[in-house]
Design a protein around this ligand. Structure first.
Ligand code: DP6
Length: 361
């Protein structure tokens, strides 16, 4: 690289969808390496509606590592970014681009500076797992740029160090984050349980109850739960291991009744842990509770459940319908019980594989 022209810029753009946990991760046993206290399972959304797009660029003319999120420059000094950058740089290989006259050797990556631009097509930090898509996309794009020759499982151990749930966004379909046993975190990684084609009749609808930024971040909320909640200890040790086995079975067999019962129960227990935390954490609001009642009433009036609900660290509902027919009935019910404000643009109500229902309350 020495003595080369400073004119070249190499760039890679990647797009990564967010994921929604159906068996939740809540609590760390190691805060720095981000090692969880239980396994978790999630479904990765279709990239069309909720995803992060990240462009990473390298050039000898860049003077420092810099990053822009949704057009605003943000600091990269935090340990989560630094850990991901360090881990990726240490695995980089030679890159040669004859067309641009760029010849980068493995050792050069330590000195070269990066520019990163990331864009979320959904509200950041409103409990829609923006950090999951963000760190997964960053790690994936950097790995491509730097010619990192690791498989996705290994990359997931790096994304995990940016944000725990990010490790699951490196795969599509249903994904399990295995908590692992190693102290260094090498076996705490994501594996794909089934790909996106396996259970493709499910329809996921996100009811954006509020797009405001949440008051308690997942990181600090789960730290407080680990310190104060007895229910969390019981959950991690006794409940989740059993649920993980049952959920894997339900997914494998496309058994919607078991899937819905487990998903709703796990969401409710996660929010019960938040209430069991001192001081208690409230992520859901009245509208969230009304959505739960509406779905529960409907499910109980049918022979088998039609819709599963789950809520992360925020009030927004993720509703998983058995199939497209149920999804359209669900949308009708949602629009009846939560009529849109008169000024709402009805084009915002989309019915698709992963639809978004805006401003439901
Ligand atoms: C409720 O992955 O955002 O969405 O590891 O501290 O970055 P950090 O937390 P984060 O927590 C996600 C919590 C959750 C459940 C889940 O996605 O499993």
């Amino acid at each position: 690289m020495a003595g080369e022209s400073k004119k070249w810029v190499l760039m890679v753009t990647a797009q990564t969808p967010t994921n929604i946990a159906v068996i939740k991760y809540w609590g760390k046993r190691d805060e720095t390496l981000i090692l969880p206290i239980n396994d978790s399972i999630s479904v990765t959304l279709d990239p069309e509606h909720l995803c992060t797009t990240t462009t990473v660029a390298v050039s000898p003319s860049f003077e420092s590592d810099r990053m822009w999120l949704n057009g605003k420059e943000i600091s990269l000094t935090g340990s989560r970014y630094q850990n991901c950058l360090r881990e990726i740089r240490s695995r980089a290989s030679d890159v040669h681009d004859e067309g641009k006259g760029a010849h980068i050797e493995k050792k050069d990556w330590e000195k070269l500076q990066l520019h990163i631009a990331s864009y979320n097509n959904f509200p950041t930090a409103a409990g829609l797992a923006s950090s999951a898509a963000g760190f997964a996309c960053l790690v994936f794009a950097l790995a491509k740029l730097m010619n990192v020759k690791e498989d996705r499982g290994k990359l997931s151990t790096i994304a995990r160090q940016g944000s725990g749930s990010a490790c699951r966004s490196l795969f599509g379909g249903f994904v399990k984050w295995i908590m692992g046993k190693d102290e260094n975190g090498s076996d705490s990684l994501a594996v794909q349980l089934v790909d996106e084609k396996h259970w493709d009749e499910l329809v996921i609808i996100i009811a954006v109850v509020s797009s405001r930024q949440k008051e308690t971040s997942s990181t600090s909320g789960m730290r407080e739960s680990v310190e104060t909640s007895l229910l969390l200890k019981h959950r991690a040790k006794e409940i989740v291991p059993r649920r993980i086995t049952q959920m894997e079975e339900a997914i494998k067999n496309c058994d919607f009744s078991s899937f819905a019962n487990l998903t709703c129960a796990d969401s409710n227990q996660f929010h019960a842990v938040c209430l069991d935390t001192s001081p208690p954490i409230f992520y859901m609001n009245n509208t969230s509770h009304r959505i739960i009642s509406c779905v529960e009433k409907w499910n109980h009036s049918e022979e088998t459940p039609q819709v599963a609900y789950t809520f992360d660290a925020g009030p927004n509902a993720v509703l998983i319908a058995r199939n497209r027919k149920t999804a359209s009935l669900l949308l009708q019910r949602m629009l009846f019980y939560f009529p849109p404000a008169p000024e709402t643009d009805l084009n915002n109500f989309i019915l698709g594989d992963n639809s978004i229902l805006r401003d439901a309350g």
